[in-house]
Write a protein that binds this ligand. Structure first.
Ligand SMILES: [Zn+2]
Ligand SMILES: [Zn+2]
Length: 124
């Protein structure tokens, strides 16, 4: 049985609501609205146990703090906004990307990160 504390519920629902990977500070800020007494140490501990349970996963982006997202989403990629530093999910994965590898090479995985300006930052 997985024991779900109020803190844990708050953190899970933050990640669910936002639909995009978030750094720990942002998760903390949003979860504070539900659990005002929530400390950053508890957020760290809770994220660690959610990782161990396989509920969330880490998104590593060069030059950024670790981001966390729900684990069940399957293969996808990310867009990093250079203005607000938000990280957004991309739905599509380009086909044929594995053909970029030289002849005789076997590709087992790939990472794609798009950089630019998000819609909100473009219009404001
Ligand atoms: Zn932006
Ligand atoms: Zn892909």
């Amino acid at each position: 049985m997985i024991r779900r504390t109020k803190q844990k519920e708050a953190i899970v629902s933050v990640l669910k609501k936002k639909h995009q990977p978030m750094p720990i500070e942002e998760i903390h800020q949003m979860a504070l609205k539900a659990v005002p007494s929530l400390g950053i140490a508890t957020v760290y501990r809770t994220l660690k146990s959610l990782l161990e349970e396989g509920c969330i996963k880490i998104v590593e982006l060069p030059g950024k703090p670790l981001h966390y997202e729900e684990a069940h989403k399957g293969h996808h990629h990310h867009f990093c906004c250079n203005t607000c530093h938000g990280v957004f999910e991309l739905e599509k994965c380009p086909s044929g990307i594995h053909q970029l590898a030289p002849k005789g090479f076997q590709v087992t995985d790939h990472e794609i990160i798009l950089y630019g300006t998000c819609a909100d930052c473009t219009t404001s």
